[in-house]
Structure formats: structure tokens, C-alpha cells
Design a protein. Structure first.
Length: 266
């Protein structure tokens, strides 16, 4: 009824099941201490991330607070967010990765993620009708937060897509999966990227989502206004997009390093 995504539903079920396995109690017997013990166990023994802890809290609050009407669940305080900056690939590294991929379908997927700033969950659900070659736009439907948006489609990506479509003739989904009528899975895309990273001999600790971060950072470094980047990425808040100002070398590159001043290498 709340139209939560399948991913959210899956996560909520997972955390509630894990909690019951941990507490070994009937849901109606659960106390605030049980919830705290589970979250402590997740944070310290399992060493899960802050975002995973927050998802667990949301899942437990939904069931014990909204369904079972147990007010104590709202007493749980959220952990402080990690202030980690995303790892970004250079433009040369992006090029190396694409050159390492020979499969045209795999190349088209990785190219679209970078050139349009797509999330993995968005690229796998693209349909042929979402690609507007004339206007050079991609229509991203029901993205994070159930929002639609348009993002850019590059000339190079269009050339690669045309070759791919002629070779594969995808019927419904732009990137079909192995099962008839299904799209490619996010895990498959992650494996494609991992293989490309190995072939390109990139040593950075990056994931396929790093291509989206790289897209935003490179746009900022090329002088694109932060507001446009926010729209292209589909960020609800400008604060989320502002993280790229901490990664970009746009202004840092103008500063002369004091060591170069000492040795005259200016």
C-alpha cells in the first residue's frame, strides 16, 4: 500500500527475520533492550556500515512501531553518518575500463552508467522506449524515491547503442537477462565491472557505482553548475550533490604546492 520498492521490502523482511533469529523471542515479547542488543551486535560484531544500521532501524521501527504499535522502538537513536568521500576514477581510467571490454552489450552498459550518471538499479531497468536518440536524452522512470527524471545521452554512447541494438535486437528491456522476459540483474552488472577493472589493471577500491560518482565529479571539473548535476543525478537535496565539491580538483589544481615553490618547479 505504501508502494515501497521491492528492494526496500526485501531489506525490511531480512532485518526483521535476522532480529528474531538473534532475540529468539516472540515479536510481542520483544523489548527495547532486545532491539539495542541486536543493533550493537550488528555494529560491533558484524561491523555493518552506518547505512545498513539505519536501514535496520527503519525496518524495526516499521514493524514494531507502525504495525505492532510499540512506542519504545522510537527511543532508539540513529548512529552518526560516516563522513567518507566516494572514490572517483580519472577520465583516463574510465577510458581504460571501456577499452578493456570487448563484449558490445557489456560496453554499452558501462558506457551508459558513466555517461548518464545512472545507478545500477536504473540501467538494468531501461527499456528501448526510454532512449530518445533525437533529443539525446534518457528517461529514467521510477528511480530512487519513485521519481522520474531525464538525463543526458552522449554521442559516443548512441554509436555504441546502435551497434548493440542491431546485434542483439532487444525486445522489451534494453538489456535482457537470461530468463525470458526479464532484465539483466544488478549483480551481473557488478561482475561485468569487476572483470573490466581487473583487465584494465585499476588498483583503486571502486565499485560500479563509482562510475556515477566519476560522472558527477568530471562534470563539476568541466564547469557544469551544481544545480544541473543535481538534476541529472536525481538528488532530492542539493547537500547530497555538494559532496562532489570535496572531491573535485577544479580549484585544488590552481593552488601551487609549497614543495614546488621551494624547488622552483612552478
Amino acid at each position: 500500500m505504501r508502494k515501497y520498492s521491492q528492494r526496500t521490502i526485501k531489506q525490511y523482511l531480512y532485518h526483521n527475520k535476522e532480529f528474531l533469529r538473534f532475540s529468539k523471542k516472540n515479536p510481542y515479547e520483544v523489548s527495547n533492550e532486545d532491539l539495542r542488543d541486536y543493533l550493537y551486535h550488528s555494529a560491533n560484531d558484524k561491523e555493518v556500515s552506518t547505512s545498513t544500521l539505519n536501514t535496520a532501524i527503519n525496518a524495526l521501527r516499521f514493524y514494531y512501531g507502525r504495525v505492532l504499535k510499540q512506542g519504545f522502538v522510537y527511543e532508539i537513536k540513529r548512529p552518526k553518518k560516516d563522513k567518507k568521500l566516494p572514490v572517483v576514477l580519472s577520465q583516463e581510467e574510465v577510458s581504460q575500463i571501456l577499452l578493456s571490454v570487448n563484449n558490445i552489450k557489456h560496453k554499452a552498459i558501462l558506457m551508459l552508467i558513466y555517461s548518464a550518471g545512472l545507478r545500477v538499479s536504473e540501467v538494468v531497468k531501461l527499456k528501448l522506449e526510454d532512449i530518445d536518440i533525437q533529443r539525446k536524452l534518457i528517461h529514467v522512470k521510477s528511480a530512487k524515491g519513485r521519481k522520474d527524471r531525464y538525463t543526458m545521452l552522449s554521442e559516443v554512447a548512441i554509436e555504441t547503442l546502435n551497434i548493440y541494438i542491431k546485434s542483439y535486437s532487444p525486445p522489451k528491456w534494453l538489456f535482457p537477462g537470461k530468463k525470458e522476459g526479464s532484465h539483466i540483474t544488478t549483480r551481473t552488472v557488478q561482475r561485468i565491472f569487476e572483470n573490466a577493472i581487473k583487465k584494465a589493471k585499476i588498483c583503486k577500491d571502486v565499485s560500479v557505482h563509482s562510475r556515477r560518482h566519476s560522472f558527477a565529479t568530471h562534470l563539476l571539473e568541466n564547469g557544469v553548475d551544481l544545480r544541473y548535476i543535481q538534476e541529472l543525478l536525481g538528488h532530492k537535496s542539493s547537500k547530497t550533490t555538494e559532496i562532489y565539491t570535496h572531491i573535485s580538483n577544479k580549484n585544488l589544481s590552481k593552488i601551487t604546492n609549497p614543495l614546488d615553490l621551494i624547488y622552483g618547479n612552478v
